[in-house]
Design a protein around this ligand. Structure first.
Ligand code: 13P
Length: 246
């Protein structure tokens, strides 16, 4: 599973160029889930182009609001479902940091969407936590949002160390593998029906380093930011994934 998080980037012109490059460089896919989370205002445009070009690309949202109604600026789950969304990213570290999202809201969002669309829950430690060797404690606490829930559909966790996002730095692939196993164990132990999540790695993934992550057993894919803004480099990452994970 390879998912692009475009964050607050893009324009109509960028989207047209993106698809041109993606189509030029993407190889035959073996059915792997390929997703794009564009800014909400562009979801429909991206979905329409993907459909018109017969591409196996699914669109999703970068967030949802906990509710609907008198909440100026918010986008509800009903609107997301009404707009060709197959997944929603929840709890991205930028939402936690810049928009003060906490575990209570993140749990509410997960509960809202878990039976309706695919949640991609983001977790990850700061550099300070990492240096103090607190990574697993931080992740365990962030993962509390799914405690005692029953996931009848798929659940995806994205492990995105905050210090690796947009920095060009990444953990060692072996360390990522160990953390992904830890995440799977915690989720299995704490959900009512022992959910077995897919775990994506995110943080400075690009076409030069992606294979080193995909070669690890517990890495089920990637959540890609900067390198997903260009259709060619995103296609290369998808091609690598197709070649490694059958
Ligand atoms: P970068 O790939 O730009 O580091 O961003 C990762 C990310 O935050 C994806 O959600």
């Amino acid at each position: 599973m390879i998912v692009a998080n475009w964050k607050c980037n893009g324009s109509k012109t960028m989207i047209d160029a993106w698809f041109k490059n993606y189509i030029k460089d993407s190889e035959e896919s073996n059915g792997v889930f390929i997703g794009i989370a564009p800014p909400t205002i562009y979801i429909e445009r991206v979905a329409n182009i993907a459909k018109k070009k017969s591409l196996q690309i699914k669109t999703g949202s970068q967030d949802i609001d906990i509710s609907s109604g008198a909440r100026t600026g918010a986008i509800s789950i009903e609107m997301i479902l009404d707009n060709n969304c197959y997944f929603s990213i929840i709890g991205h570290s930028e939402r936690r940091e810049l928009f003060s999202e906490n575990n209570i809201e993140i749990r509410q969002k997960i509960i809202k969407i878990m039976d309706k669309t695919l949640p991609i829950l983001c977790v990850g430690e700061t550099l300070e936590d990492n240096k103090k060797d607190f990574t697993k404690d931080v992740l365990r606490e962030q993962l509390e949002v799914i405690n005692n829930l029953e996931f009848n559909n798929k659940l995806v966790i994205a492990y995105e160390p905050v210090w690796a996002i947009g920095s060009g730095l990444t953990p060692d692939p072996k360390d990522i593998n160990e953390i992904h196993k830890f995440i799977k164990d915690v989720v299995q132990s704490n959900t009512n029906n022992s959910a077995n999540p897919s775990v994506l790695y995110g943080g400075s993934v690009n076409s030069a380093n992606a294979a080193s992550f995909f070669n690890e057993d517990y890495v089920d894919g990637a959540l890609v930011g900067g390198a997903a803004l260009d259709g060619s480099s995103f296609a290369e990452i998808v091609n690598l994934f197709n070649g490694i994970k059958q």
